[in-house]
Design a protein around this ligand. Sequence first.
Ligand SMILES: Cc1cc2nc3c(=O)[nH]c(=O)nc-3n(C[C@H](O)[C@H](O)[C@H](O)COP(=O)(O)OP(=O)(O)OC[C@H]3O[C@@H](n4cnc5c(N)ncnc54)[C@H](O)[C@@H]3O)c2cc1C
Length: 446
Amino acid sequence: MRTTCVVVGAGQGGLAMSRCLTERSIDHVVLERTEVASAWRRQRWDSLRLLTPNWQCRLPGWAYEGSDPDGFMTCAQVADFITSYAAAISAPVRTGTSVTSVSRNHDGYRVATDQGEWQCETVVLASGAFNKPHVPALADAVPSCVRQLTPLDYHRPGDLSDGGVLVVGASATGVQLAHEIQLSGRPVVLSVGEHVRGPRLYRGRDIHWWMEAAGVLHERYDEVDDIVRARRVPSMQLAGTDERADFDLNALSAIGVRIVGRLAGMRDGVALFSGSLRNKCELADLKLGRLLNAIDEWATGQDLDGDVPPPHRFEPTAVPAPSMLTLDLARGDITSIVWASGFRPDYSWLDVDVLDAKGMVRHDGGVVSDSPGMYLIGTPFLRRRKSSFIDGACDDAQDLIVELAAFLDGAAGGDRMITRPSSTAQLPAPRAATRSTRGSAYRRGG
Ligand SMILES: Cc1cc2nc3c(=O)[nH]c(=O)nc-3n(C[C@H](O)[C@H](O)[C@H](O)COP(=O)(O)OP(=O)(O)OC[C@H]3O[C@@H](n4cnc5c(N)ncnc54)[C@H](O)[C@@H]3O)c2cc1C
């Protein structure tokens, strides 16, 4: 089968690209191994709600229009939001189709699936950045009496045995899990490395409102000093709750969670924690201060100071002194470990030499320069600080379609014009792309 573009994955990233492709009448197909929005249906724990407010759920030509713009959707609601989008844009999704290999050939790309083969000129990798939990190698040395889980195995506290739980990692996932496990009556020890502290509310508004308004979330990949480092910055310690509660380390300590340093080793069944906890917390407090300074400066510059409460600062993180450096896992106090130590993408099916030593796609703002005609969407700080959020897929797709269309234009000898997308015009705008064979690769207008 032939098409101009194969999009791998029907999450928000793949669908945002599909809408932009359709808008330019670029013939394409979206291949999805399970179902639309499957990550939100299958890979999240029961209580998870978005940490981004509902008003920030935007996709090209589509936005949240419910009655609770300042609320936070449940996973089922997010899945419905994305599934409705797929239907509204008539995305040419083929569900139940696993891509088993993508390779280059003289004609562009050969995409092998368990439902047959596709030949195409361009490929969009929209398969997700958080497919596999990252578990450090020292997990092998954990005593067998301790059950180990990842956020993909964990659904609810009742899945855990009674007894203490070591949660490793204090980014959004780790703090949310530590919070609900502690409240279930299982005492939690939370191992904390580098982290990003964030309050839910500041000066009467949601922190995401401030970060968007002040341009923090829009910061571009080619504007930051060290993009490699920026792409590794952990997620902010936030959760979406009706109470708009903070989920920082002070909030967790207040409910009895025990804070320890980064898990640095495992010796004879004893977990060894780094002594750098205080430094890590001071650094996170410092960075929070810088963020709030930038917000305050922006607010003053916009003449907003009269409209919102005055600036204030949060209590420094209370670090236990001395902090616990060892925990004997064989003693029986800890019955489970939850590895909230990050996620990685899975490109095991990608047979093109575009991965770096860490298994990440080498790219320049989503353009996979080492493999012309290949594009990436949905990874952290792809083009903007918000790239891995739902809202990030919206802007990134609208940028990437310009690159992709220009590539097709070039491949066609430069005799085709690129149409500009009509930004986020209300649906229904484009009609579904017309299937084409090579030679009439894509059609303009629509
Ligand atoms: C725990 C957690 C909480 C998050 N909370 C928020 C939040 O509050 N707000 C926010 O904006 N973002 C949040 N995100 C980030 C982001 O929005 C989600 O990860 C989102 O699912 C990413 O969408 P995506 O389309 O890039 O990838 P995915 O949703 O992962 O979609 C990729 C799709 O590709 C398919 N696929 C993968 N490999 C293949 C293959 N070989 N063949 C065919 N199909 C394939 C998968 O089945 C999947 O359906 C969160 C992420 C995580 C992990």
